[in-house]
Ligand binder design. Structure first.
Ligand code: FES
Ligand SMILES: [Fe+2]
Length: 393
């Protein structure tokens, strides 16, 4: 059991009451918002300045760059970042841009090298500290390789095995204060540092990053859109929702919670009977599943507000080594992939297409869409403009 007895008791009893009473946690009011939030380039500018330049995002799992010289390239909102492991085991992050004339430097998605050599004029940089090491015809530049032309560093921190990066070379990254004490405690309680990389992928999708996040925080659709995949195992439309600072946790009951005797509820290992979703604002969602942890993020496209990158990362408590372990994780992977790739992402793209319709009026979030409302309240605070307003019904 990874959570305190008190939390287990809280989620199992709250959700069972909701099932029995056909209720769910609710927001205070029905709200409406302008569909332009999924496409407005001016809003994207505000998001970049006030969200993505100020808040760290999950880049990868530390074991994806386990050895000295290992690197991985990660596309952030507007910056391609190359993340490396140095000989001392420390992780560094650099802008993936040559300091001569600005060519993208590293084209391979990952690998191992002591030196990144630009394919344009062969300026070469150490993968350890980003130092400029070599430049052909250096006398023409009147300088030796010097720190002023090293790769530009981005703030990076490895925390409980996960690598977080901030897309602002002048910014400060303090992952503990960003996550807050309760969320750090969750990482601690859950033993995230002891989890192992199992698999990951990324897909380029035709929807604004917020439309992607909307789908992940919405349990209202579970039995409807997913009626033939994951829906039959879950009580869609029922959620226990708790803010954790600017982040949040919500739990959705599995159908098997119905069958538990009332007196057993307080002693259950909650996460065998509920799915625990978490928002790490702005763009990460962490789901607790019985056999793995799932990290999903939506990263805005650098120039097109109607596109984003969907990433998913699976971690498992034990290293996947045996055929049985491989089969278990493959099954979970296929369940997620069929729900997301075949159902969630197409409907997200349908929202993106639908909301491009001129003069279509406003969109609604019901009181049951409490997590989505919470997300936009955090968004309003971060970008500094109102998005939600009381619905005129
Ligand atoms: S742009 Fe990279 S060496 Fe010239
Ligand atoms: Fe879904």
């Amino acid at each position: 059991m990874k959570f305190t007895a008190e939390k287990n008791r809280d989620y199992t009893t709250r959700l069972r009451q909701h099932i029995d009473n056909k209720t769910t946690d609710l927001a205070d009011a029905v709200v409406e918002f302008d569909p332009k939030i999924y496409s407005d380039p001016k809003l994207a500018e505000l998001e970049f300045a006030n969200i993505f330049q100020k808040m760290p995002v999950l880049a990868c799992h530390g074991s994806q760059i386990a050895n000295p010289g290992d690197f991985i390239v990660v596309q952030l909102a507007r910056t391609s970042a190359v993340i490396t492991r140095g000989p001392d085991g420390q992780v560094s992050a650099f802008m993936n841009v040559c300091r001569h004339r600005g060519a993208k430097l590293v084209f391979e998605p990952s690998g191992n090298t002591p030196l990144f050599r630009c394919r344009y004029h062969a300026w070469a940089y150490s993968s350890d500290d980003g130092a400029l090491k070599a430049m052909p015809q250096r006398q023409s530049f009147g300088m030796e390789p010097c720190p002023q032309r090293d790769l530009i560093r981005l703030p990076v921190e490895e925390f409980h095995g996960l690598v977080w990066v901030l897309e602002n070379p002048q910014g400060q990254l303090d992952i503990r204060s960003f996550l807050g004490p309760s969320f750090c405690q969750f990482f601690e309680d859950y033993g995230v540092a002891g989890y192992h990389y199992a698999r990951s992928t990324e897909l380029h999708v035709e929807l604004n990053w917020k439309a992607g996040m909307d789908g992940y925080m919405d349990v209202y659709h579970l039995n409807i859109l997913h009626a033939n995949s994951i829906g039959p195992y879950l009580h869609g439309g029922i959620m226990a929702f708790d803010p954790i600072g600017q982040h949040a946790r919500w739990c959705v009951p599995r159908k098997k919670l119905d069958k538990v005797q009332a007196e057993e509820l307080p002693t259950l290992d909650a996460f065998r009977y509920v799915i625990g979703g978490h928002l790490v604002f702005p763009n990460l969602e962490i789901t607790i599943e019985p056999n793995h942890l799932e990290f999903v993020s939506f990263t805005p496209h650098p120039t097109d507000t109607t596109k984003s990158i969907y990433r998913v990362l699976f971690l498992t408590p034990d290293k996947v080594e045996t055929p049985e372990q491989e089969a278990t994780i493959e099954r979970s992977w296929q369940i997620l992939m069929s729900a997301v790739r075949d159902e969630d992402l197409p409907i997200g793209e349908a929202v993106q297409a639908g909301t491009a319709t001129p003069q279509m009026g406003t969109l609604l979030l019901g009181r049951n869409e409490i997590a989505n409302q919470f997300f936009y309240r955090q968004y309003e605070r971060a970008v500094g403009i109102p998005v939600l307003r009381p619905a005129k019904l």
